[in-house]
Design a protein around this ligand. Structure first.
Ligand code: UD1
Length: 416
C-alpha cells in the first residue's frame, strides 16, 4: 500500500498551475452522452475519478479517447442503459449518467452509488426530479431503474439545493418535451459550466448560477469543443498549504470569483490574498487567527474545503468552531488530526478546535479525498515525519499533488 511521507516545517514558495475542475469534468463527460457527433473536452484533470468516468462511458458504448488534458467522446452508438456495478461502486458521480441515459434511451439502470465515505448521501432528489419529468422509478436488488419512453417538462422544487440532483435533472430536461423549471436549484460554478456546455451543444437553459433554472426542451444536442473551468477546490487546497507553512504562492489559472467564500475566510485568519490576472497571490505569516466556519451551498463556504481548513485552525491562535451543514458525517479527519496533537471536540455537527502551539508527526490514514488533503496539509506543518496512508483517496481528486508540493519546497515523497 502506497503512502505519502512528509517532513514538516518548510514554507512553500513558488507557482502552481491549477487544473480543470474534477467536479465540472465529471458532469460534463456524463452530459456528452446526450449529444451526437464528436465532443472534445479540454483542461480535463487526469484523475482516477475521470478515468473511471471514461471507462463508464465506454462501457455504455461511447467512443472515448484520452490524451494529456483532452478527452474526446462520441456517443453516437450508446447501446445499453445498464451501468456496470463495479464502476458505480467506485464513484458516486457515476449516478450522473442516469439523466442523460434516461433522456437518450428512455431508460437508465444504475446500482446504488458509492464514492467518498461521507454520510449516507441518498439520491432521492434526483429521482424526484425524474418523476416530475414523467419517469417511473423501479427499485430492487441494489439497483435503481428509471423508465420514460418520452420525458416531458415539469416543475421541480428541490427540498435541498443538491448539486448532483440539479445537474442530473438539468441534463434530462434538455431534450424533454416542453419546459422544465428547477426551483431551489444549486448555484455552484460547476452547474454554470455544465449549462454553458449544454447551451453550446444546442440546449436552451436559462438561470444557471441562480436558484431558479429554466430549461426549454430541444430536439437534439450536438457534440462540441469545450474547456473545463479551473478547480476551485484544488486552488483552495493550495491556499491552505501556503497558509499553514507561512509560505508564498502564486496560483495560476484561477477564476477568483469562484473562490470568494474561501478567500474571505482565509483573509479573516490573517492570510494575505491578492487577485492578479487569472490568478491569486497568497502570502502567509504565522500564527493565524482562529475563525468560525460554517459550510453551506454556494456561495457559502464549500464543504470540500472544510477538512483542509480545520488542519489550519488546529494551529491558529484561539478557539474556532467549524460547523458542517452540508454532509452529516464529514468529520472523519478529526480523529486523525488529534493523533497529530490537534485539540478538537466534536459536538453534533460542529467541531470545536482549540489552537495548539505545534502539530506532531504521526502515522495517519486518509478516510476520503478531502480528509486526505487535510492530513497532507497538517503534515506540511507538523514536527517530524508524517505518514499518510490510503493515498488512493487523494488520487481521486488531486493531480500530481506530491510532485507539485516538492517543486514548492516541501520535503514530501510517495512510496510503499
Ligand atoms: C457534489 C460534489 C462534492 C461536494 C458536494 C457539495 C461532485 C462530483 N461532487 O456532490 O464534491 O462535496 O457536491 O458541494 O460534484 N442529498 C440528498 N438527496 C439527494 C441528493 C443529495 O439528501 O438526492 C444530500 C446529500 O446527502 C448531502 C447534501 O444533499 O447531505 C449535498 O449533496 P449534493 O449537493 O447532492 O452533493 P453531490 O452532488 O453528491
Amino acid at each position: 500500500m502506497e503512502k505519502i511521507t512528509i517532513r514538516g516545517g518548510n514554507p512553500l514558495k513558488g507557482t502552481v498551475k491549477i487544473n480543470g475542475a474534477k467536479n465540472s469534468a465529471l458532469p460534463l463527460l456524463a452530459a456528452s452522452l446526450l449529444t451526437l457527433g464528436k465532443n472534445s473536452f479540454r483542461d480535463v484533470p487526469m484523475l482516477e475519478d475521470v478515468a473511471t468516468k471514461c471507462q463508464l462511458l465506454s462501457a455504455l458504448g461511447a467512443k472515448v479517447e484520452t490524451s494529456q488534458g483532452i478527452v474526446e467522446v462520441n456517443a453516437d452508438n450508446i447501446d445499453t442503459f445498464e451501468t456496470p456495478y463495479d464502476l458505480v461502486r467506485k464513484m458516486r458521480a457515476s449516478v450522473l449518467v442516469m439523466g442523460p441515459l434516461l433522456a437518450r434511451l428512455g431508460r437508465a439502470r444504475v446500482s446504488l452509488p458509492g464514492g467518498c465515505n461521507i454520510g449516507t448521501r441518498p439520491i432521492d432528489l434526483h429521482l424526484k426530479g425524474f418523476m416530475a419529468l414523467g419517469a417511473e422509478i423501479i427499485m430492487g436488488h441494489g439497483y435503481i431503474e428509471a423508465v420514460a419512453p418520452q420525458l416531458t417538462g415539469g416543475r421541480i422544487y428541490l427540498d435541498y439545493p443538491s448539486v448532483g440532483a440539479t445537474e442530473n435533472i438539468m441534463m434530462a430536461a434538455t431534450v424533454a418535451q416542453g419546459t422544465t423549471t428547477i426551483e431551489n436549484a444549486a448555484a455552484e460554478p460547476e452547474i454554470v459550466d455544465l449549462a454553458n456546455y449544454l447551451n453550446a451543444a444546442g440546449a436552451q437553459i436559462r438561470g444557471a448560477g441562480t436558484n431558479l433554472i429554466r430549461i426549454r426542451g430541444v430536439e437534439k444536442l450536438v457534440g462540441r469543443e469545450y474547456t473545463v473551468i479551473p478547480d476551485r477546490i484544488e486552488t483552495g487546497t493550495y491556499i491552505a498549504a501556503a497558509a499553514i507553512t507561512g509560505g508564498e504562492l502564486l496560483l495560476e489559472n484561477v477564476v477568483s470569483d469562484h473562490l470568494k467564500p474561501v478567500v474571505a475566510k482565509y483573509q479573516e485568519m490573517g492570510v494575505q490574498i491578492e487577485e492578479v490576472e487569472r490568478g491569486l497571490k497568497v502570502n502567509s505569516s504565522l500564527p493565524l487567527a482562529a475563525v468560525d466556519v460554517k459550510t453551506l451551498p454556494y456561495p457559502g463556504f464549500p464543504t470540500d474545503m472544510q477538512a483542509q481548513t480545520m488542519a489550519l485552525l488546529a494551529l491558529a491562535r484561539g478557539t474556532s468552531v467549524v460547523t458542517e451543514s452540508v454532509f452529516e458525517n464529514r468529520f472523519m479527519h478529526v480523529a486523525e488530526l488529534k493523533r497529530m496533537n490537534a485539540s478538537i471536540k466534536i459536538d453534533g455537527r460542529s467541531a470545536v478546535v482549540e489552537g495548539v502551539d505545534f502539530l506532531s508527526a504521526a502515522q495517519v490514514n486518509a478516510s476520503d479525498l478531502r480528509a486526505g488533503a487535510a492530513l497532507v496539509i497538517a503534515g506540511l506543518a507538523a514536527q517530524g515525519v508524517t505518514e499518510v496512508g490510503n493515498v488512493h483517496h487523494i488520487d481521486r481528486g488531486y493531480y500530481r499533488l506530491v510532485e507539485n508540493l516538492q517543486s514548492l519546497g516541501a520535503e514530501i515523497k510517495r512510496g510503499v
